[in-house]
Design a binder for this molecule. Structure first.
Ligand code: ADP
Ligand code: MG
Length: 155
């Protein structure tokens, strides 16, 4: 539960490609937290992950609905953005537990706003600015998370 991986991604194209590699390393039930300030690329990386699962269209930030469901061939992915969450209890009212099932993949932007109600992550991805690009730190938070990072290191 302590594996970490650092990546330097120079531009948006690299970010989307990295999302594809992450998608290939994820497993059903994976929970991914995406941390970093506004504009760091959380939605861009989510788009790359969704592309990796076969989603061809746009990815809008699900700011007003809190969650956008993607029913993709062979894999349901739920993309959360909790930026505008007022109180973590709202997550109880929306039936959060139904989304975090054993066979779905959940991507969560602004997970810190749902602390106490959100289930724990398998991996936490922190994104920071580095020059014109972005530095990513991926941290395993569970045995499954470490396996995801091990697969990613080999890819
Ligand atoms: P967030 O969801 O974190 O608020 P977005 O993904 O909506 O951020 O926006 C990120 C912005 O940063 C976009 O303009 C995108 O083109 C740019 N971007 C994404 N990844 C990178 C990267 N690796 N290097 C430089 N710019 C990036
Ligand atoms: Mg976003």
């Amino acid at each position: 539960m302590s594996r970490t991986l650092q990546l330097d991604l120079p531009d948006e194209t690299a970010m989307v490609a990295c999302g594809g590699q992450i998608a290939a390393a994820l497993a059903p039930g994976s929970v991914v937290f995406l941390e970093g300030d506004l504009g760091m690329g959380k939605t861009t990386l989510s788009r790359g992950i969704l592309r990796g699962f076969g989603h061809a269209g746009a990815v809008k930030s699900p700011t007003y609905t809190l969650v956008e469901p993607y029913e993709l061939p062979g894999q349901n992915v739920y993309h959360f953005d909790l930026y505008r969450l007022g109180d973590p209890e709202e997550l109880e009212f929306m039936g959060i537990r139904d989304y975090f099932s054993a066979d779905a993949i959940c991507l969560v932007e602004w997970p810190e706003r749902g602390m106490g109600v959100l289930p724990p992550a398998d991996i936490v991805i922190n994104i920071e600015r580095r020059g014109a690009g972005r530095a990513l730190q991926l941290a395993g938070q569970s045995a499954q998370g470490d396996e995801i990072l091990a697969r990613l290191e080999l890819s």
